[in-house]
Every structure is written in C-alpha cells, then in structure tokens.
Design a protein around this ligand. Structure first.
Ligand SMILES: *Cc1c(COP(=O)(O)O)cnc(C)c1O
Length: 352
C-alpha cells in the first residue's frame, strides 16, 4: 500500500472503530430513533457547544443542508471565492438550493459588510447567509481565530444575517489555536464538522445548531433522500469512537506537518509556505525543481508515495494517523531525489 499524504480523509477506521461497529444494535433511522445516532448527535452538539446536531452522510451534504435550511431560494450567500463551498459545491447549491453566490476576494470584515449592504441598493438579492471556513482548506489549513470569527459574525448579525461555519477540520483549528471547538463555533449560528477528516470515521459529518434549525435541517436532509440511511448505527458508532479516541491525538499531526514542512523546505527547488502551515496541511511549491506539480506527484507515485496536485506548481501533503517519522523520512528522501534528478536535468536541458 502506498504511503498516503493525499488527504487526512484517507486513513481507514481503527480496530476500535471496527469493534464498535460490529457490536451495535440496529435502530430505526426513519424516525430519528436510532440510539447510537442519537448518542453521536448529543456528543457532537456538546463538542460544538450547540443545543442540537444532525448526523449526515458527508460534509458536502451537511453544507448543502445548512444552506437549504437557512436560505430562501433566490437569495444570495456570501462566501470566500477560495472556500470549499465555492470551489466544490457551486453546482450543488445553485441547482438544488437555487442560491446566488457573492464571492469575497478575501474573507475580511469590510468586504463582508460591503457584500451585504450593496444588496440593499436593489440590484442584488437579499443576503441570507454568510459562510466562513475553518480551517481553510485551499489556503493550506489556515485557522480563523475566535476573534476573527467573532468580528466577521458580528457584521453579519448586525445586518440580521446568520452565519454558517464550514468547519470540516474545525477540530484541527481548535488544537492549533489552543482553544475549544465550542469557542470557535460560538459566533456562528450553524456549524459543520467532518468525522472523516483526520479522525478516521468511514463516512459522516455533523451539522450543529439550535433545535429548530436542526429540525429544519433534518427535513431538508429527508428531501435529499437521507431518511433511509437504514443501518446508520455502526457508522455513528465509528463516529463516536473517532471523537473519543482520535480527536485527542490531532496535535501529533500538526507537529508532524510542521516538521515535514521545514524538512521539505530545506530541499533545493522546493519552497514550502511556512506561514500557512498552521495545522496538518503542507503546501510545497515544486516549480523551483524545474518540473510541474503533476510530474512531481507522478514521480512520487513511482516511489510508493501518494500526494495531491493542488495546482500547476503546488503539491499538497497532509498528515494523519498513518503518517509518522518513518513515512516522513521516506517522503523527504524521495522528494530530495526527485528534486536533484530534475534540477540537474533542467540544467542540462537549458545548456542544450
Ligand atoms: C472536505 C471538506 C468538506 C467536505 O467534506 P466531505 O465529508 O468530504 O464531504 C467541506 N468543507 C471543507 C472545508 C472541506 O475541507
């Protein structure tokens, strides 16, 4: 099996998760009457500091359900142009929820304010939701602090606009910032976090908010066909084990990512964005080696290492439970070999 730096969602369930999955009594999801799902929802709500939670099959669906729940069709949502929702889900919310995006160049408070107030001149739809993301995936797993989240949310709330926090990796942000998930989620009206990113459940995400909103969310999830997630108990059991046993070890992934980032950055031709290296994602620009990211990723694959091509020049490496010192040594050796071979090759080509 290759060493997988592609995503922290690519670590399989632990033995403890499989054991928990095997020993679950089946419940009845249709009436939200499955005891294990209920327990997971209570645990997630407590973690996020919200009154209620809904277990959903994926983070993307949790985002879509949040938008369907908080936004009238034809209204505008405000979101960072580089957010995961903008980047991966435009077709979901446009085609299913009928929403109009208003993209921010940077998720800065004054831009949010302008985006909301300009709509009042009558040429744009009313704003129904401001979307924030923590950690920010495309930016390299960067964190929004509690103060930043508060400042952005305060502007939205001043204009009676609710706030959705896409916190697929919010647990990493809490560890990196030395605070709690609840503290980071407090300014938002509704928050999503993933059970797969870093914490290893086979599927699932939690949408958390107040009880009325979560009733509405379940109604919308049913519209999308989620009501018959029949034997959801084992999935929820894995999610509970993920929260109990995996969340406490995320600091290790962050320490490993920082170490890895510095080691890769020391290789000639590779430049790591150390400022964005705040959690478990390492962004390495390999263009200084004289080759593009796709070629670099292909060369790594030839050495049994999987990585993610993020752009023409940037390769993304993610740390997780299955990445430790030996795996990082393998990657650093392989990257140095590739950088050296291509660096020399490029010099020869330039001469010829
Ligand atoms: C991965 C991710 C999602 C989607 O979560 P899935 O469980 O993979 O569907 C949403 N938002 C962000 C910021 C993500 O990184």
């Amino acid at each position: 099996m290759p060493i997988n730096f592609k995503s922290d969602a690519m670590n399989p369930p632990t033995d403890a998760m499989w054991d928990a999955m095997r020993s679950v009594e089946p419940g009845w999801v249709l009436d939200r009457d499955d005891a294990t799902v209920r327990r997971l929802e209570s645990a997630a709500a407590a973690l996020a500091g919200k009154p209620a939670a809904v277990f959903l099959p994926t983070g993307r669906m949790a985002c879509l359900v949040a938008l369907m729940t908080f936004c009238e069709r034809g209204t505008q949502i405000i979101l960072d142009r580089r957010s995961h929702i903008a980047w991966c889900q435009e077709w979901n919310y446009a085609s299913i929820a009928g929403l109009v995006p208003r993209y921010l160049q940077t998720p800065a408070p004054d831009e949010v304010e302008t985006a909301i107030t300009e709509a009042h001149f009558g040429h744009q739809p009313e704003t129904s939701l401001v979307c924030l993301e923590n950690t920010h995936t495309i930016a390299g797993g960067t964190c929004l602090t509690t103060e930043e989240t508060r400042a952005l949310s305060a502007i939205a709330h001043r204009h009676d606009v609710p706030v959705f926090l896409d916190g697929a990796r919010l647990l990493y942000a809490a560890v990196a910032l030395g605070t709690s998930v609840a503290e980071l989620a407090a300014p938002a009206d509704v928050v999503m976090f993933s059970l797969t990113k870093g914490i290893g459940a086979p599927v699932g995400a939690m949408l958390c908010g107040d009880a009325d909103a979560m009733e509405g969310a379940w109604e919308n999830a049913r519209r999308l066909g989620v009501a018959s997630l029949m034997f959801a108990g084992p999935l929820a059991a894995a999610g509970l084990v993920a929260l109990e046993t995996m969340a406490p070890r995320l600091g290790e992934d962050i320490r490993n990512a920082r170490l890895l980032g510095h080691r890769l950055n020391a290789i000639d031709g590779i430049a790591v964005d150390l400022a964005s290296l705040q959690t478990n994602i390492v962004m390495a620009d390999v263009s200084g080696c004289g080759l593009n990211a796709a070629t670099f990723v292909h060369a790594l694959a030839g050495k049994g290492i999987a990585a993610h091509r993020l752009s023409d020049s940037v390769v993304r490496f993610t740390t997780h439970r299955l990445i430790g010192p030996p795996e990082m040594d393998r990657l650093v050796d392989a990257a140095a070999t590739i950088a050296m071979a291509w660096g020399a090759g490029a010099a020869t080509d330039a001469g010829g």
